[in-house]
Ligand binder design. Structure first.
Ligand code: F6P
Length: 547
């Protein structure tokens, strides 16, 4: 496997970066005003303006050539057809199969995966309908009004983010809560004030071996039994989502109340599998289907659109452009929607667990920088917190701005005052314009600013952004947005030559935590600590706990 940095396509980009580095966005727009209309692309309902990038048509041509050299076309076909592209775990990577329509066909490793997917969706739908209609009752005969999802990582962030995003579509009077951390504050805070008779726990874990999830689930089970006074209550108040039926049964959950998925669904790609059960109960199976159809629309765009008109491909290649040719370390994701408050956190797992790798799929060390650091907050809150650094700091922070044309519900003071949603969107547009075009010393001086203050007010501009404009936040457009970022991850991983679907880096810490627990809890100090610093901290902790 040739290192991508040794290809002529990579060198062509390095050379091109040298030519472009001295030009700013003001000049690029002055020389080519048509770029505002031309450097745009649509995918499903998503509209992307990528004109405010330090890039020209030539840049895009060279980036696309790099993707072709990396074998992107073949890799896309390999993923969609179920080849084992997760090499270190020898697995297919088929989250795209989770949203195929029922009449599609895909046979992988001798198995009709579409039939399997729809069989589980059917069971989830029936169960959700029963809970939503009140036909499924708790142990004492009362209908369920709260679902508590117990999971972590991909078994938490997806449904938690989507619940927040789609809470306007919760139409059955059922609310959801999410517990993930092994910090006791999380489960105790979540259970506080809940009525055990009307609470349903969804224990979501792909492996059903995750310390945090099993610990929280045991605490919840004890809480329920203590209050309802009978172990038999568990079967009416606990269901499981997992790939591991044996462990679900060992935990004491009836496997009739288990919803399965498959090892070809990575945890961080699983919110559209049975892991979405808590969300489906809240918004209903039809809305959940709309979410899946939204994912599928962008899957089809990604699979079929030419690279220069392909939204995930373009956004990924521009990410590589800044990461590897401009030295950018991070990408801010700034949704102008309070409902998407958890979207950046969701993307952190999706992107950083996938592409935070320093060896290639063939085991050789990578040479280029990989793994953009994703972070962000909803606008306008971020504007009053960290945008100062985006505008005037010394670092280059490319940013994705996401806005919606229609609010679910607008508000306003009335009279001549604009509606709140228009204020929100005006802020988004103002920020991307200020970031791109800034304000020069001459312009600031011309406003009568004292000379000694002028340098402080200069806005350098030339800060690149994507603007994604969406008609409205719906189940479908949420699915489209998630699929967009899933495929960005895939394209970046392909160019970097890494396996975006394993996560070995999280394993060592889990093993060590298990080994360290006795050192903290045993009656006598055990001496079983991995290093001198940890040993000293263990001593200090024991002392503070009076052990
Ligand atoms: O620790 C990382 C991880 O393995 C994630 O990839 C996964 O989403 C999370 O833990 C939870 O795993 P599980 O669903 O098996 O409980």
């Amino acid at each position: 496997m040739a290192d991508i940095t040794e290809t002529s396509e990579w060198s062509a980009l390095s050379e091109h970066q040298g030519e472009l580095a001295g030009r700013n966005l003001r000049e690029l727009f002055a020389a080519d005003p048509g770029r505002a209309e031309r450097m745009t692309v649509t995918a499903g309902d998503l509209y992307l303006d990528y004109s405010k990038h330090r890039a020209t048509d030539e840049t895009i041509r060279r980036l696309v050539a790099l993707a072709e050299r990396a074998g992107l076309r073949e890799r896309i076909d390999a993923m969609f057809s179920g080849e084992h592209i997760n090499v270190s775990e020898d697995r297919a990577v088929l989250h795209t199969a989770l949203r195929l329509p029922a009449n599609a066909r895909l046979t992988v490793d001798g198995q009709d995966v579409v039939a399997d997917v729809h069989a589980v969706l059917e069971r989830m739908g029936q169960f959700s309908d029963r809970v939503r209609s009140g036909e499924w009752t708790g142990f004492t005969g009362k209908a369920i009004n709260t679902v508590v999802n117990i999971g972590i990582g991909g078994s938490d962030l997806g449904p938690a983010m989507a619940y927040e995003a789609l809470r306007d579509y919760a139409d059955a009077g059922i609310t959801a809560r999410f517990v993930s951390n092994v910090d006791p504050a999380d489960i105790t805070g979540t259970l506080a004030g809940l009525d055990p008779e009307t609470t349903l726990f969804v224990v979501a874990s792909k492996t059903f071996g995750t310390l945090e999830t099993l610990t929280n689930a045991r605490v919840a089970r004890r809480w329920l039994i203590e209050r309802l006074g009978d172990e038999k209550a568990v079967s009416r108040h606990f269901v499981a989502v997992s790939t591991n039926a044996e462990r679900v049964a060992d935990f004491g959950i009836d496997t009739d109340n288990m919803f399965g998925f498959w090892d070809w669904v990575g945890g961080r790609y699983s919110m559209d599998s049975a892991i979405g059960l808590s969300l489906m109960v809240v918004i209903g199976p039809a809305r959940f289907r709309e979410l899946l159809d939204g994912f599928h629309a962008v899957d089809e765009h990604f699979r079929t659109a030419p690279f220069e008109k392909n939204m995930p491909v373009l956004m990924a290649l521009l990410g590589i452009w800044y990461t590897d040719f401009f030295g950018a370390q991070t990408r801010a994701v700034l949704p102008y929607s309070q409902r998407l408050a958890r979207f950046p956190a969701y993307l952190q797992q999706l992107t950083m667990e996938s592409n935070g790798k320093s060896v290639r799929a063939d085991g050789a060390p990578v040479v280029a920088q990989t793994g953009e650091i994703f972070w962000g907050e909803p606008g306008t809150n971020g504007q009053h917190a960290f945008y100062q650094l985006l505008h005037q700091g010394t670092r280059l922070v490319p940013a994705d701005f996401i806005g919606f044309a229609e609010p679910f519900q607008d508000a306003g003071a009335g009279g001549d005052e604009p509606g709140m949603h228009d204020l929100l969107v005006a802020n988004l547009l103002a920020q991307t314009s200020a970031l791109a075009f800034g304000k020069t010393a001459e312009e600031i001086a011309a406003e009568g600013t004292p000379a000694d203050v002028v340098p402080h007010k200069v806005m350098p501009g030339n800060r690149p952004t994507n603007t994604i404009l969406v008609p409205k936040l719906t189940p479908s457009t949420l699915g489209q947005l998630i699929a967009l970022y899933e495929h960005i991850v895939f394209v970046e991983g392909t160019v970097w030559g890494i396996d975006s679907f394993d996560q070995w880096g999280v394993e060592l810490g889990k093993v060590m935590a298990n080994q360290l627990t006795p050192a903290l809890t045993s009656a006598e100090p055990t001496g079983e600590t991995p290093d001198a610093s940890t040993a000293a901290l263990v001593r200090r902790y024991r002392q503070l706990r009076g052990r």
